[in-house]
Design a protein around this ligand. Structure first.
Ligand code: NI
Length: 142
């Protein structure tokens, strides 16, 4: 079956400190570099959400923008302007690394978008991003 994908980019800002409890600041710096700064710091995250669908012959739309917004905005809202490791319970047990934030977003967005969610990309800095997708739906079915 052929699919078209629709991608929309969202932005949120959040703070974190990456550190393994019990390690010294020096040891944490070796693992997490500047993201281990004991006083924390922030990033402007860009989240690309890609959903697949079939084009509706009447509207010409495969995935309405409102469908994406309704699924994504409440999830983003839970993270925006938060200190992730302090204020978001999920990240008190899981380091708020780009990888773990992307996995968290992938799971939560999947709850709202179901199988139409095919790919997310979370950019943490201008030079690093993290991706999540299901192997069996990527590349897209033909
Ligand atoms: Ni950081």
């Amino acid at each position: 079956m052929e699919h078209v994908t629709v991608t929309k980019t969202y932005r949120f800002s959040a703070g974190h400190r990456l550190a393994i409890k019990g390690l010294t600041d020096e040891e944490n710096f070796r693992i997490f570099d500047t993201c281990s700064n004991p006083r924390g710091h922030g990033h402007d995250y860009y989240l690309e959400v890609k959903a697949a669908g079939e084009i509706d012959p009447v509207s010409g739309v495969a995935v309405p923008e409102s469908t994406l917004d309704e699924a994504v905005l409440p999830v983003i809202d839970d993270l925006d302007y938060k200190r992730l490791d302090v204020e978001v319970p999920y990240f008190s047990d899981n380091q708020p690394t780009g990888e773990n934030i992307a996995e968290y977003l992938w799971k939560r967005l999947g709850d709202g978008l179901g199988k139409s969610l095919v790919h997310i990309r979370l950019s943490e800095t201008a030079t690093s991003y993290f991706e999540f997708y299901e192997e069996e739906t990527y590349p897209y079915e033909r």
